[in-house]
Design a protein around this ligand. Structure first.
Ligand code: CP
Ligand code: NVA
Length: 312
């Protein structure tokens, strides 16, 4: 069974096909092939969501499938039914399951016991669906016709803020996969951890990212400036401390001006204006945040279609 738990669960060649398909889906949104005809896909949430939930629900519907939104709390999972039994039972009804949860081990356990494809809709460790939408969004800028991943090689990404969060991990993994340069800037104590180094090693990818405490050094000559919230879901108890420590890492117009003149600003959203990014940057012509959000829909439809093909 082919799952999508991390960026490298598709080969480069398969990823290239996913981006080409996403382009087709976007160009002809309401005329998608009915790849999920008569299939029912679950969307299981242990955490809040706007974009992931809506884009998958709409996307599954547009591919001819039936999306069933579930929460951990109002299923028996919330009362202690095991992942193993839940995965086996849900596999008897559903044709696939998207999961947003806390520990990455939960999606891995679902994948181990399910007999249907599992898609990672964010864990504490990574957010691969977001990265596929982000890469699709960058390809629209750099290679709008061919969507050629080669055009990303050597592009410089600056990730500013919580450099140990799920989005930072996913960016490190994706940059290594597609040959982009990445520098992360965050306060001491929020550097990338050994977990992402182990994930790179497991995939045979080089540990080539840079980390600095200096946001200006990271943003100098960057092609892409990316940030994410300072307080991720699950970190709420540390909110005050995190906001204090990360205050020097707000993406401001001054920081954006350090990047290349045609650089873009990206954020997975939701954003907290005045914290990790200024309102001015969010509103600037260099900001492509709403394209990213829209592209969740097109990229994820392509991911689902690819999974169905690989599992058939
Ligand atoms: N970017 C993202 O995953 O958004 P949601 O939390 O709204 O799903
Ligand atoms: N790092 C954020 C991403 C939200 C899409 C979180 O985990 O809350």
């Amino acid at each position: 069974m082919h799952h999508f738990l991390k960026e490298t669960d598709f080969t480069i060649e398969q990823a290239q096909q996913v981006f080409a398909l996403a382009k087709e889906f976007k160009a002809n949104r309401l005329n998608s092939p009915q790849t999920l005809n008569m299939q029912s896909w679950g969307l299981l949430f242990y955490k809040s969501s706007t974009r992931t939930r809506i884009s998958f629900e709409v996307g599954i519907n547009e591919l001819g499938g039936f999306p069933l939104v579930l929460s951990s709390q109002n299923t028996q999972i919330g009362r202690g039914e095991t992942i193993e039994d839940s995965a086996k039972v849900m596999s008897r009804y559903l044709h696939g399951l998207v999961i947003r949860t806390f520990e990455h081990a939960i999606v891995e356990a679902f994948a181990q016991h399910a007999t249907m494809p599992i898609v990672n809709g964010l864990t504490d460790f990574n957010h691969p669906c977001q990265l596929y939408a982000d890469i699709f969004t960058l390809l629209e800028r750099y290679s709008p016709e061919a969507m050629d991943l080669q055009t990303l090689k050597g592009k410089k990404v600056a990730f500013v803020g919580d450099s140990a969060c799920n989005m930072a991990n996913s960016w490190i993994h994706t940059a290594a996969m597609f040959g982009m340069e990445i520098t992360l800037a965050g306060p001491t104590g929020f550097a990338p951890t050994g977990a992402i180094d182990a994930a790179l090693a497991a995939d045979g990818l080089p540990k080539q990212y840079h980390y600095t405490t200096d946001p200006k050094a990271a943003c100098r000559d960057a092609d892409v400036i990316y940030t994410d919230v300072w307080v991720s879901m699950g970190n709420e108890a540390e909110a005050t401390e995190r906001k204090q420590l990360m205050a020097p890492y707000q993406v401001t117009s001054e920081l954006l001006a350090m990047a290349k003149p045609d650089a873009c600003f990206m954020h997975c959203l939701p954003a907290h204006a005045g914290e990790e990014v200024s309102q001015e940057v969010l509103d600037s012509p260099q900001s492509i945040i709403f394209d990213e959000a829209e592209n969740r829909l097109h990229a994820q439809k392509a991911i689902l279609a690819k999974l169905v093909e690989l599992n058939s």
